[in-house]
Design a protein around this ligand. Structure first.
Ligand SMILES: *[C@@H]1O[C@H](CO)[C@@H](O)[C@H](O)[C@H]1NC(C)=O
Ligand SMILES: *[C@@H]1O[C@H](CO)[C@@H](O)[C@H](O)[C@H]1NC(C)=O
Ligand SMILES: *[C@@H]1O[C@H](CO)[C@@H](O)[C@H](O)[C@H]1NC(C)=O
Length: 454
């Protein structure tokens, strides 16, 4: 069978070199390694996440089930405790003779994953050393080589571990002959934007621009707004007296500084990814290894005045996804069909020729192995096939008493914010706290909520 290299990148927008020209984005992203992988992958360009928050999104794509099934809508709940003893994606490979191993940030760490879900892995999950690098001293923090001497950035530690691990499975290595499922989770470009200072050189200050829409849409329902909670923690943001309320904006210099730092963080992660993919090549394992790469959700860098995810805007729920299937996608396959991260589990199982995963029944709490997604492998042969006419995301508000359910079709994004019962996981569609409708044909940046236009 084929090995699987499963890569997750935190808060990665579909704003990468190979996407250039598609949106009002930075015109010259420097992501040569992601671009090279994309050039030999099935590129899912209209891919959406189930919830724009790490824990719920990761729990969903790692179990192949939607947030109302995993019952995880926050970063504090563990699906095995609150929903069911589901077989995860790495665990499924493990159960089929693979050696599964993970490093960095794959599940949301801590109690919300029972400390990286030990049942998923054949060996102890690897966590890089953190030192002070996770603290919110500053949101924009270019570091010098000297500053990282005693303690490397976590993503460097994760890439180092991935390289060491690949060597164990290479010809002549101690695990030679065993298939691996290796999950490598990079933590940047998540806030705070901490990266080696030289990555700023890729983005000259004069080339950084302000977002064109630093405001919420017209007729925007208050309930839909997601406060930029993480940004507000940073020592370089607190003195600005910014509260993060809808239509409040940061000073322009700070917006430019943050956008530049986000781009530099993306290029830093791209560089670490390149080190891992180069090693895969050097060891001669590319042709026998499926590689998937995803962003766990999108991110706003000043658009709508937002700094984070935490909502249902397209910018928060649209995220990169690609799958490299050696022999089948070597020249790159671009698909604009609608897809969701919940589809990745059955897709990788399909690509690896493991026994297929069946669709979950409505109540799947007692079903160990099933999925609420669908394999995307048919798109390799027919990239514009309409596997799905609509895809779904959601975001809770008011301590989970309101749930924003959002549906994306090729043309529209439609969202309703009904009252929600978090015990029975049921919305009350008769009690709406807000409605949004954006017409992407006329308004790709979602600046006009036209829900009230008959
Ligand atoms: C969950 O399933 C695993 C096997 O997949 C089993 O070892 C474990 O005991 C189960 N846990 C519970 C609480 O049932
Ligand atoms: C925010 O600003 C936009 C553009 O000026 C305006 O259309 C909208 O009504 C404002 N919304 C709120 C909630 O202030
Ligand atoms: C922030 O508020 C404090 C206290 O009200 C004030 O002293 C300071 O000048 C304000 N800073 C800015 C940038 O407005």
């Amino acid at each position: 069978g084929k090995n699987v290299l499963f890569i997750t990148i935190d808060d990665l927008r579909p704003e990468l070199g190979f996407y250039t020209g598609e949106r009002s984005i930075h015109p010259d992203m420097h992501t040569p390694n992601i671009d090279a992988l994309a050039s030999r992958s099935l590129q899912l360009r209209n891919n959406y996440v189930q919830q724009a928050l790490c824990g719920p999104s990761r729990t969903s794509f790692l179990t192949g089930r939607r947030p109302d099934t995993t019952r995880v809508h926050s970063n504090s709940l563990y699906f095995r405790e609150v929903a069911g003893n589901f077989t995860t994606l790495p665990q499924y490979f493990k159960n089929h003779g693979y050696h599964s191993l993970g490093m960095g940030k794959v599940f949301h760490p801590g109690s919300s994953s029972g400390d990286d879900d030990p049942l998923s892995w054949s060996q102890e999950f690897y966590k890089p050393e953190f030192c002070s690098w996770l603290e919110y001293e500053q949101c924009v923090w270019p570091v010098t080589a000297k500053e990282t001497e005693d303690c490397p950035l976590p993503d460097v530690g994760t890439a180092d571990e991935a390289i060491r691990s690949l060597q164990r499975f290479a010809p002549g290595g101690e695990m030679d002959g065993t298939n691996f499922f290796m999950a490598v989770g990079f933590m940047k470009p998540h806030l705070p934007f901490i990266f080696p200072e030289e990555f700023l050189d890729l983005y000259p200050e004069e080339e950084i621009s302000l977002p064109t829409n630093p405001f919420v849409p017209s007729e925007y329902p208050e309930v839909a707004w997601g406060n930029p909670q993480l940004l507000l923690r940073c020592g370089d943001v607190t003195p600005l007296n910014f509260t993060g309320a809808a239509n409040e904006t940061l000073p322009e210099w700070k917006q430019l500084e943050l956008r530049r730092a986000y781009y530099a963080s993306v290029s830093f992660v791209d560089h670490q990814l390149g080190r891992v993919l180069d090693e895969l090549d050097r060891l001669g394992m590319r042709d026998n290894t499926l590689v998937s790469l995803l962003g766990d959700h999108g991110f706003k860098i000043g658009e709508h005045g937002g700094w984070g995810k935490f909502c249902n805007f397209d910018l928060s729920v649209h995220a990169p996804l690609m799958v490299s299937v050696p022999g089948d996608t070597d020249h790159g396959v671009i698909s604009n069909s609608l897809t969701e991260l919940v589809d990745l589990y059955p897709t990788l199982v399909d690509a690896a020729d493991l026994p297929p995963i069946t669709l979950c029944p409505e109540d799947s709490s007692d079903v160990d192995v099933c999925t609420e997604g669908a394999s995307l492998i048919p798109l390799v042969a027919d990239p514009e096939a309409e596997l799905k006419s609509k895809v779904f995301s959601q975001y809770p508000r008011e301590r989970d008493t309101v749930m924003g359910y959002s549906m994306r079709t090729r043309r529209y994004r439609y969202t309703e914010w009904p009252s929600f019962d978090a015990v029975t996981m049921t919305p009350d569609w008769n009690e709406l706290h807000g409605v949004e409708l954006y017409d992407h044909e006329n308004d790709p940046d979602e600046n006009q909520n036209v829900w009230n236009d008959s």
